[in-house]
Design a protein around this ligand. Structure first.
Ligand SMILES: C[S@@+](CC[C@H](N)C(=O)[O-])C[C@H]1O[C@@H](n2cnc3c(N)ncnc32)[C@H](O)[C@@H]1O
Length: 469
């Protein structure tokens, strides 16, 4: 999210960049230095005539050894997986962790009470590699429940936790097959009705393992859940990327209905845990599915939906987050006048909070929401642009405030393009700043209210974030 220098794709859209807090953002792993330090890694590193060290990513053993060495060297984590299991790429997986960190630190929705005071996450389908709990615990001290359904994943996830006594207290591995019955998952109930089958819920659950319902206990609460779902409907669809060999068995990569079905079930289950999770999140592999899932989360009653795009080699991946918790700064759309500018004063600021610092904070604030920003330090202004998805989400966001969901799909179809606004910071006297925002593309008359509301919501949050400082 945000930060870093953005690359442009051929179609002119911005390519996502590595998260600025990712430890590999400044410099990619140094294979030669790692080979010096770790003799077991040495056979997998070749050095060109020009002295450039490289690793053959089409070799599973090389990819796995690189992951092992990076986890050990940079994260102090002991790790291994058996042949053929999905091998995670440490820099890519770290981006998802940092995006969640951004969601948790945003003021958008209030925190949920958590007795330990420690961030607690639920990793759906943690895999044999257990990568997200190991990264979240080692990088940020978070605690996790990691669930899975296959024997090999459960066995190796546990082994990976036990090999790290310093993290073992923080990570619990849970078998999602061993659900606590009886339970009534909406998904199961709906299915029984639609197929007119009078099977007991247990039998239906045997066919489709539980995801959250029955796995999460009633008394539990989590700051977030995350998931790298089985993306594909068949192993043929999963195919093989000839440029890499990250392994991955059918159990890991495939499920009936693919990611759309899997993440839909998470959304359906999330309704039963509206107040037990602050954020529900999942990775999504297809843009078309992302759009459908945004709508499904809204239909399920989510009050906030956020998305991001992850940098993931040649393959595009998105992050989807939703919550049922009411946003802190409610702006009632129907009563918000359709203005194309808005301003407020910040008074009594400390000396170090001058116009320049506030301008930089403004930029950082919007970048943290994954909006594209261009700052002009001469005019003390920052231009903020929403992507099409963000604009769509803004429209839907607004509908919830207005309390009407009926016309949301119609509005979704009238795609809003090119929403951007300018925030300018004026220093009135030391300690007093005027923050002014105005729409840049006023030609958007039909969507002016939406754009203005989006800006209005975010400037309220912006204001709140200054007050918090
Ligand atoms: C794509 S893998 C992700 C593994 C790991 N989290 C990663 O990012 O490399 C998906 C995982 O979901 C697991 N899975 C499938 N159905 C599940 C369910 N109902 N509950 C929990 N895990 C499930 C699979 O066994 C597999 O380990």
């Amino acid at each position: 999210m945000g930060g870093g220098r953005k690359r442009r794709r051929r179609d002119g859209t911005e390519a996502p960049s590595i998260h600025p807090r990712n430890r590999y953002a400044a410099a990619a792993p140094d294979f030669a230095a790692l080979a010096e330090l770790y003799p077991s890694f040495r056979p997998f590193v070749s050095v060109s005539d020009r002295g450039r060290a490289s690793v053959d990513f089409t070799d599973f053993s090389a990819t796995r050894e690189l992951t092992r060495v990076l986890l050990l060297h940079d994260h102090g984590v002991n790790w291994w997986i058996p042949d053929g299991q999905l091998c995670p790429t440490v820099p890519n997986r770290s981006n998802y962790i940092h995006w969640i960190e951004d969601l948790l630190s945003s003021n958008l929705i209030p925190p949920i009470s958590n007795s330990s005071g420690r961030v607690r996450g639920f990793d759906i389908g943690t895999g044999a590699n257990c990568i997200y709990p190991l990264l979240g615990a080692s990088l940020l001290g978070w605690s996790f429940v990691g669930s899975d359904v296959t024997d090999v994943a459960l066995e190796w996830a546990k082994k990976n936790v036990e090999s790290n006594p310093h993290l073992a207290e923080l990570i619990e591995i849970r078998n999602a097959n061993a659900v606590s019955f009886p339970y009534e998952s909406e998904a199961v109930v709906k299915e029984d009705v639609s197929e007119n089958i009078s099977e007991p819920a247990e039998d239906a659950a045997m066919q489709k393992p539980s995801i959250l319902v029955g796995v999460v206990q009633e008394s539990e609460s989590f700051d977030f859940c995350m998931c790298n779902p089985p993306f594909f409907e068949s192993i043929e669809e999963a195919g093989l990327n000839p440029k890499t060999s990250c392994g991955g068995t059918a159990e890991e990569m495939v499920c009936p209905g693919g990611e759309l079905s899997f993440v839909t079930r998470i959304i359906e289950d999330s309704v039963s845990f509206k107040n037990s999770f602050r954020w529900f999140t999942s990775m999504v592999g297809r843009k078309a599915n992302l759009k459908l899932l945004i709508s499904k989360a809204r239909e399920a009653g989510a009050s906030v939906v956020k998305t991001t795009e992850f940098v993931q080699g040649q393959t595009a991946r998105w992050g989807l987050a939703w919550s049922f918790i009411a946003p802190r700064n409610l702006v009632v759309r129907s009563s918000t006048p359709a203005r194309n500018h808005h301003s407020f004063m910040l008074q009594g600021l400390r000396r170090e909070h001058d116009a320049f610092q506030v301008l930089k904070s403004t930029e950082a604030f919007f970048r943290a929401s994954d909006l594209s920003c261009k700052t002009d330090t001469l005019s003390f202004s920052v231009d903020v642009t929403l992507s099409d998805e963000q604009a769509e989400a803004a429209i839907l966001h607004g509908d919830d405030y207005a309390g009407s969901l009926e016309d949301s799909s119609a509005k979704l179809q009238s795609v809003v393009k090119g929403i951007s606004f300018r925030i300018t910071v004026f220093e009135q006297i030391p300690g007093t700043l005027l923050i002014k925002g105005s729409l840049i593309n006023k030609a958007l008359s039909g969507n002016l209210r939406v754009s203005c509301d989006y800006w209005h919501v975010d400037t309220n949050l912006l204001y709140a974030s200054f007050i918090d400082q």
